[in-house]
Design a protein around this ligand. Structure first.
Ligand SMILES: Cc1cc2nc3c(=O)[nH]c(=O)nc-3n(C[C@H](O)[C@H](O)[C@H](O)COP(=O)(O)OP(=O)(O)OC[C@H]3O[C@@H](n4cnc5c(N)ncnc54)[C@H](O)[C@@H]3O)c2cc1C
Length: 218
């Protein structure tokens, strides 16, 4: 099938692009495999006019709005390959269908890769969070932890402490001295995550995704 534009990814970015392309009276085909990055969160925060809405409901509304344009097509599917040949792009779908267009928008997002620590994956988007501005408000004044992921984690821990008392779990990393990191209070540091994790899980600091609300620390 030929269209003016193909959009790979039909979530926040891809659907925004597709609606503008359709409104420009071009034909557009959106391919979406239905796994937006924030699918693990029950509510999305901070998005203009949509604070607290379930992400899937926001995406469904945008898909319905796109469907109002007869020059737009939405395919529930997965793009396996794309290539440019002279002035045209060709996109191959897992279904075997081949699409062609003069413009290609890549809006397939990013994938989060979590540390391989038992119990962590099931907490993602519930009590294990990627962004204080999106989800920190609901955790205000609770005991918070930052998992060391690199040198930037020290700054991250000081930032998070604005939401509540914060522990930086070093996950086996060596503690930096106060000389190298003067602004970080020593009581914020914990050195061995592996030792700490099982008691934390048992105490309910990490809570399973099936639970509706955030864990409270003892
Ligand atoms: C747990 C969590 C909670 C979050 N909460 C918030 C929040 O409260 N507020 C906020 O502003 N932001 C939040 N974010 C960030 C938000 O999820 C992203 O900014 C947003 O999803 C990015 O939109 P996107 O369209 O670029 O990518 P995505 O939403 O990730 O969408 C990409 C789409 O492309 C599809 N796709 C991927 N590959 C292919 C392929 N080959 N073929 C077809 N389709 C494909 C996927 O299935 C998906 O539907 C959160 C993120 C996480 C992880």
């Amino acid at each position: 099938m030929n269209s003016d534009a193909i959009v790979i990814g039909g979530s926040f970015a891809g659907l925004s692009a597709a609606i503008y392309i359709a409104r420009a009276r071009r034909t557009v085909c959106v391919i979406d495999s239905g796994a937006p990055r924030n699918r693990f969160a029950g509510a999305s925060h901070g998005f203009f006019g949509q604070d607290g809405q379930p992400p899937q409901a926001m995406i469904s509304a945008a898909k319905q709005q796109l469907a109002n344009y007869p020059n737009a097509r939405l395919i529930n599917g997965y793009a396996t390959a794309a290539e440019q040949m002279s002035e045209r792009f060709t996109v191959q779908l897992a279904s075997g269908e081949v699409l062609r267009a003069t413009k290609l928008v890549l809006a397939f997002g990013v994938s989060d890769v979590l540390p391989e620590i038992p119990g962590l994956a099931s907490c993602w988007g519930v009590s294990l969070l990627h962004c204080p501005y999106c989800h920190g408000y609901e955790f205000a004044n609770k005991r918070l932890g930052v998992l060391y992921a690199g040198p930037g984690s020290y700054r991250h821990a000081t930032l998070i402490s604005e939401w509540g008392p914060t522990t930086l779990y070093l996950n086996g990393q060596r503690i930096l001295t106060r000389m190298r990191w003067p602004s970080l209070p020593s009581e914020v540091l914990r050195s061995n995550l592996q030792e700490l994790l099982r008691p934390l899980l048992n105490m309910g600091i990490f809570q399973h995704c099936n639970s509706k609300r955030v864990a409270t620390a003892p």
